[in-house]
Design a protein around this ligand. Structure first.
Ligand code: AMP
Length: 384
């Protein structure tokens, strides 16, 4: 796909529309407001992380196309922080205003089957997979891929939701039931050395900028700690950047994109998934880089030149899940005892277990020191 856009510059004081209202939209809105833009967020919720920072918060269903059209007529350009917006909603908005990234990209990235098919048909390395709609197809797919393998719903999955591991044929039926017999993708289980990601931005003229390679550690399928630069060979670094650049080109992408990878024990990179928006592994760019992943998104969708992605210092980020609140308000003063810690909270009222409430960033002279410090400071938050 080749991008055919005529660059249109959306200048400060214009209004950026954002579909979705979580923490990604909040950090985007903070950057947009720093640059003098107005922000209008649209989602089914109210008093949201994005809404608290935006100028205007519309609370309506994505299926309410009357409200979507009204919203689209009140803004100068639309982007999103949440990729599971229905296609009809994006199409309705596109009648009035440019939407970046484009609806076709969303359509691909919001469904694992379409995403994996797009990647493999374009020659990008992915985990071996099979498309599954029935129990018989699942049995056949497990037979051909072997165990262990992972069954994932094709749509609406994130942070390990909608996934079930299959260790032996006895797990096949329970796994299919657990996923409510939905259309799914079965993947081989990758015995990876580490997980890494590349956050990049591509503008309307096709210019590309990246933040290098981030190294990511998960806990219970949820991102736990990211640090940059990742500890990888020069060959892996170059390959990760090249694959990411080629994916962004193939999609005719405009905005911030994250490509998540498995690095296998024999040094191969496999694409795990695409996030067509700023990504949790890029949060550290907010404090560690000349231009954050959120400002890059803003610049790309507004037709402005991309900023420098240079790091001031190596950095690490640790997520703060609701679990940290279980014995009361976390000890913020203790975490600030390291003067390099930056605390980000998303304005969510209810700290449920597993819910992303905020994150800490630490910069240091090297990434491993930053990762150790961010873990230590996070542990100091917990009340016993
Ligand atoms: P996902 O939502 O697909 O990104 O999965 C969340 C996390 O589950 C990944 O970051 C991995 O840690 C783990 N995971 C998912 N798929 C696989 C796989 N095929 N092999 C090994 N681990 C996986």
């Amino acid at each position: 796909m080749i991008s055919k856009f005529v660059t249109k510059t959306i200048l400060p004081n214009s209004t950026i529309g954002v579909f979705g209202s979580g923490q990604l939209g909040r950090m985007f809105a903070i950057e947009a407001r720093k640059l003098g833009y107005r922000v209008h967020t649209f989602s089914p919720e109210s008093d949201t992380p994005t809404g608290q920072v935006a100028d205007i918060e519309t609370q309506a269903a994505y299926e309410d196309l009357y409200e979507v059209r009204t919203f689209a007529q009140s803004v100068d350009v639309v982007t999103f922080e949440f990729e599971n917006v229905p296609s009809a909603c994006v199409e309705a908005a596109s009648e009035f205003v440019d939407v970046f990234p484009r609806g076709e990209v969303l359509h691909i990235a919001q469904n694992r089957r379409r995403e994996k098919t797009f990647l493999s048909e374009n020659g990008f390395p992915v985990t071996p997979f099979r498309h599954v709609t029935t129990l018989d197809e699942l049995r056949e797919a497990v037979g051909s891929l072997g165990t262990p393998c992972v069954l994932k719903t094709a749509g609406f999955g994130y942070d390990g939701k909608g996934q079930s591991k299959i260790m032996s044929p006895a797990d096949i039926e329970p796994a299919f039931e657990k996923l409510s017999r939905q259309e799914s993708v079965l993947e081989s289980f990758v015995d990876f050395d580490k997980e890494v990601s590349v956050v990049c931005a591509r503008d309307q003229a096709g210019n590309f900028a990246h933040f290098g390679v981030m190294e990511n550690e998960h806990a219970n399928h949820i991102l736990d700690v990211s640090f940059a630069p990742a500890i990888v060979s020069e060959r892996t670094f170059n390959e990760a950047i090249e694959i990411t650049r080629n994916i962004a080109e193939a999609l005719g992408y405009v905005g911030t994109l994250c490509v998540e990878y498995f690095l296998t024990r024999d040094g191969r990179l496999l694409v795990n998934e695409l996030a067509p928006r700023p990504h949790n592994s890029g949060h550290l760019t907010f404090d560690a880089c000349v231009t954050s992943q959120f400002e890059q998104q803003l610049r790309a969708v507004c037709g402005l030149p991309l900023g420098s992605t240079e790091f001031y210092r190596p950095a690490a980020m640790a997520n703060l899940l609701g679990d940290i609140w279980q014995n009361g308000e976390p000890n913020w003063t203790a975490a600030m005892s390291d003067p390099n810690v930056k605390i980000h909270l998303y304005g969510k009222a209810e700290p449920r277990p597993g819910r992303k409430m905020g994150h800490l960033t630490v910069t240091s002279e090297n990434a491993l020191k930053a990762a150790a410090a961010v873990r230590r400071m996070r542990a100091s938050l917990q009340r016993y």
